[in-house]
Design a protein around this ligand. Structure first.
Ligand SMILES: [Zn+2]
Length: 255
């Protein structure tokens, strides 16, 4: 099993990070940690260095962090990411968040920076991990307009119509460990072409049990649910998801 998106650097894990990772190692093949801002990205890189061939890194700028940063800081950060190209497997998470960002000038800025990071992904030839809260359709149009080839819609919980548009463009959809609570996610799980499905926890968020701190090993819930919904063996599903993750993030050693 693979968790393609979580935040093991967050303070919720400060007391028990090592234990959480060791437990993940018992069950999972790989975990991808996404840096959300400059500070977090440094921690993320350190963590993947400490667990080679198990913890992988994507670096991005969360849309909510964008509006807190000065232009110059963002430029420096883009350079930092370029310098670390060889240590990362993707750009993200990046995107749009209309739940937290409502002010029109901030929205404009959020979109501009989103596009800057999409440009960066093209320059570095890396896939993007998309966070699109209340902005899936707009995000989809933007990445199509930018001619992005490799992308995953992380924690997708939208409807079927958009889901279908996403997979028809050959973009990936990642379903999270909160799947049991979401009718939309179950519908997508049933119909998505298997070659475009990925699995994640977004830990410490989106626990299968509401209110608990989520951990990467809980990604098992997604495998259980998808295998039940599609009437397939977990083992076969594991192989497919490993293949997909390996293809999207260009990591050869999942096998
Ligand atoms: Zn996240």
């Amino acid at each position: 099993m693979i968790d393609i998106h979580c935040h093991l650097t967050f303070e919720q894990f400060d007391e028990e990070r090592e234990r959480v990772i060791e437990e993940a190692k018992e069950e999972l093949k790989a975990v991808i940690v996404s840096g959300v801002d400059p500070e977090d990205s440094k921690k993320t890189l350190k963590l993947s260095e400490a667990y080679p061939k198990f913890i992988y890194t994507t670096l991005g700028l969360h849309p909510v962090s964008v509006v807190r940063m000065k232009e110059k800081e963002i430029e420096t950060y883009l350079e930092f990411i370029k310098t670390n190209r060889e240590k990362i497997v993707g750009i993200g998470e990046i995107g749009l968040d209309y739940h937290w960002v409502k002010d029109s000038s901030k929205i404009r800025r959020m979109k501009e920076v989103f596009i800057e990071f999409l440009e960066l992904s093209k320059e570095l030839n890396l896939p993007v991990v998309l966070h699109l809260r209340n902005g899936v359709e707009e995000g989809l149009r933007i990445i199509e307009g930018e001619d992005i080839k490799k992308a995953v819609f992380h924690c997708y919980s939208g409807g079927m119509k958009l889901a279908r548009e996403i997979w028809e463009e050959k973009y990936y959809i990642s379903l999270a460990s909160s799947i049991r609570r979401s009718k939309n996610m179950k519908k997508v799980a049933r119909s998505i072409p298997l070659s475009l499905l990925l699995t994640e926890t977004d830990a410490p968020f989106l626990s299968p049990v509401e209110g608990e701190i989520n951990v990467p090993k809980n990604v098992r819930v997604v495998y259980e649910e998808v295998s039940k919904l599609r009437g397939m063996e977990i083992k076969e599903l594991c192989e497919k998801i490993a293949e997909n993750s390996s293809r999207l993030f260009d990591i050869p050693n999942f096998f």
